[in-house]
Design a protein around this ligand. Structure first.
Ligand SMILES: [Zn+2]
Length: 264
């Protein structure tokens, strides 16, 4: 099942109207596709919001479900969910009421997801850093020599991690490893600062929930700084790559390293 099919079956799935085979296929797709599984949770949130927002009108929701159950499954589901949703509502003449109430909620859900997206990226960066600190052998290639670390990534990633800073006596390069950033592989460069460990994650930037104000396209975007669970994180994007710098070092020092790495 591809993303297009998955999207078109989403509502039927949530209503329990898919056959067992299709349901299994969709579930398999959702478990492997972050984008569709996000859409799925937005749909679910929307339904929850509607159920909560309309407690004084239980009938429309019940009616909607009943109508949805009666509505024959279209042979080819080309239409988007809201068209089908709208269609299933139209007989009750309630489409206007629904859109009136649902659309602002829907956009609220989407925009809070965007705002929450940056938080998720920060949280993921901290998790990755913690994983590195806690694992017994955090560095798969242990070397202070950039020219050994960088080629080591070749063939282990589906992109070339562009990192210019080779390390210096103040921020020596300790080594590298392959990690994950949300749904994708990441190159992890580890730098030291006194007794602290600093992780630099490099990953493909596309289709991540970058904070608002990001250019979204190529070129440098403003760096985003945040403290989470006692760690300082600087997140930025340059062209097709995203970068996250994480450590418990002072924000000023971390910013200094970020500058060496070439942030705007
Ligand atoms: Zn998908």
């Amino acid at each position: 099942m591809d993303c297009r099919e998955s999207t078109s079956h989403l509502l039927d799935y949530q209503r329990g109207r898919l056959g067992p085979e299709r349901e299994e296929e969709l579930r398999a797709h959702l478990s492997g596709c972050p984008s569709c599984s996000r859409s799925e949770s937005i749909e679910r949130t929307l339904t929850d919001l509607l159920e909560r927002r309309l407690p004084q009108h239980p009938a429309p929701i019940a009616l909607k479900l009943r109508l949805a159950a009666q509505w024959p499954s279209p042979a080819v589901t080309k239409s988007s969910w809201w068209e089908r949703w709208g269609r299933s509502w139209a007989p009750a003449g309630a489409v206007a009421l629904l859109l009136f109430m649902a659309v602002p909620l829907y956009y609220q859900a989407v925009s809070s997801r965007r705002a929450g997206g940056a938080e998720r990226m920060i949280a993921e960066a901290v998790n990755d850093h913690l994983r590195i600190l806690q694992s017994g052998h955090p560095l798969e290639v242990e070397s202070g020599n950039f020219h050994q670390v960088k080629p080591w990534f070749a063939g282990k990633l589906d992109f070339a991690p562009a990192v210019r800073f080779l390390g210096d006596p103040e921020f020596p390069l300790k080594g590298g490893s392959v990690g994950y950033f949300l749904d994708r592989k990441a190159a992890v460069f580890t730098y030291g600062y006194r007794l602290h460990v600093i992780s630099l994650l490099v990953f493909r930037a596309e289709s991540l929930p970058w904070p608002a104000g990001d250019t979204g396209g190529s070129g440098k975007a403003r760096a985003y700084e945040k403290t989470a669970r006692g760690f300082n994180v600087i997140l930025w994007r340059e062209g097709e790559l995203g970068y996250a710098l994480v450590s418990d070092v002072d924000p000023t020092e971390l910013r200094r390293l970020a500058a060496k790495l070439g942030t705007a």
